[in-house]
Write a protein that binds this ligand. Structure first.
Ligand code: HAM
Length: 432
């Protein structure tokens, strides 16, 4: 047995797991198509400065960063948003807006390996650029939940907040962006008390402390009611009021859209990434205590990278997290198992004919494997059965003379002699 194993936090995906990952990826891609999000592929390695610009402490300290052989400081991407913003500031600068982009792939964060947390993980990412309107945010929320629903994850809900509420209060108290970011990091980890203690130490007014304390308490599943409560609480903070109005508009569109949404509005909700400027959201399944999806509005990231000021909103769905939720809910997708066919020659001289017939079947979209172990019919058929093949096609010299083969239905345990020109039709006609 070799001593080599996968590096800590890294995983091998054996066929069954790989199939699940690719299936979720494909579902996400199809949904992107339905909403008009076009796929882009960006590099795994990006400049360190780009990736750290507004990522936040949490991600910055967990990056796989190194110098390449040319002495450039680079890192493995911990998320897609910075790469997309780079594209918008450069190659897609003049592209007509709105621009809807989708990407999927592996990301790297030196997180502590634990249930649901890996150092290499997969995301499907959707970004809508060019609109600051609430309907763009609403589209993102509905798309988020649509993805979760398509994967058969039930009882899901969205947690929604707005960065402008807390930042509106803190900036009116003259706290710097850095100080605000520190507070947001603590709130992201639900360390409310520590956040309050930190604010207290920064010489803010008593009114501010009281307001924050109350704001942290406001949450609920009736959006209209919660919005009213937040508005009442933050009425002395002008920017926070604007943020609540914006959140109300977004929620009005989303909730009146007839999309089946369960929404938890939380006034003290913050996300660790520093680029968020508006609505923020996470999707949950009740069985898991971490988010399946995270996202929000980031209106100033693209200009930070030297582009035009372009408002943007988007989210990233954790493919691994969604698969875990599916497993918990036993909603393993009914992946349509294709009818696989095993092709085997009865005699060695039939080998070329086997290849000829295999090409014909594959051209018709039928998955075919050729017997390459040189086994006799009974051993090969036993193995085909065990591996779940639907059919075996045996080609012998007698049948070949009249352009025929033997088609064995391994499920029904029946066999018949079929003309080669009718083989595709025969296989496709059968359902089981
Ligand atoms: P995020 O919240 O850092 O957001 O990640 C989104 C999702 O990726 C999480 O909800 C989780 O399911 C999954 N994820 C994150 N870290 C890990 C890990 N170590 N192992 C397994 N899964 C993980 C972002 O990445 C933002 N870029 C989202 C965004 C896009 N905001 C705007 N546009």
């Amino acid at each position: 047995m070799s001593e080599f194993k996968a590096v800590r936090g890294m995983r091998d995906f054996l066929p069954k797991d790989a199939e699940k990952t690719r299936h979720v990826e494909q579902t996400a891609r199809e949904l992107a198509g339905l909403y008009g999000y076009e796929e882009v592929i960006t590099p795994v390695v990006e400049s360190y400065d780009l990736l750290t610009a507004k990522a936040g402490e949490e991600i910055r300290l967990r990056m796989y960063a190194f110098k390449d052989l040319g002495g450039r400081k680079v890192a493995l991407r911990p998320e897609f948003t910075a790469s997309i913003a780079r594209l918008m500031a450069t190659k897609l600068r003049t592209a007509p807006k709105p621009l809807r982009l989708f990407c999927v792939g592996s990301l790297y964060r030196y997180d502590e390996p634990q249930f649901g947390r890996f150092r290499e993980f997969w995301q499907a990412d959707y970004e809508l650029m060019g609109s600051s309107k609430p309907e763009a945010d609403a589209e993102i929320l509905i798309l988020m939940i649509n993805l979760v629903q398509r994967l058969g994850i039930h009882n899901n809900y969205l947690k929604i907040g707005h960065m402008g509420i807390l930042r509106g209060i803190l900036s009116q108290e003259k706290l710097s962006e850095d100080q605000q970011n520190q507070i947001m990091q603590l709130l992201d980890k639900k360390r409310w008390e520590e956040a309050l203690a930190l604010v207290k130490g920064l010489n803010v007014s008593q009114q501010c402390l009281a307001t924050l304390k109350n704001v942290f308490e406001i949450k609920g599943k009736e959006p209209a009611l919660v919005i009213k409560k937040i508005m009442e609480e933050v009425k002395n903070y002008e920017k926070a009021v604007t943020a609540v109005e914006n959140l109300k508009e977004i929620l009005d569109i989303a909730t009146q859209s007839n999309a089946k949404l369960e929404i938890l509005v939380e006034a003290g909700f913050a996300r660790g990434l520093e680029y968020y400027t508006g609505m923020i959201a996470e999707a949950f399944a009740p069985e898991l205590d971490f988010a399946l999806i995270g996202g929000g509005r980031y209106d100033r990231l693209i200009e930070l990278f030297g582009g035009e000021p372009i408002p943007a909103v988007g989210f990233a769905a954790g493919i691994d997290s969604m698969i875990l939720a599916m497993k918990k809910q036993k909603s393993t997708l009914t992946m349509s198992k294709e009818k696989r066919v095993l092709l085997m020659p009865f005699t060695p001289e039939m080998k070329p004919k086997v290849f000829e017939v295999s090409s014909m079947l594959r051209e018709a979209g039928i998955p075919v494997e050729i017997e390459v172990m040189g086994r006799g019919a009974s051993k090969a058929l036993f193995d085909a059965d065990r591996r779940g093949f639907a059919y075996a096609v045996l080609i012998g010299p007698e049948e070949a003379k009249t352009e025929k083969v033997v088609l064995k239905d391994l499920k029904k345990r029946e066999q018949k002699t079929v003309e080669i020109k009718n083989l595709v039709k025969e296989i496709k006609a059968e359902t089981y």
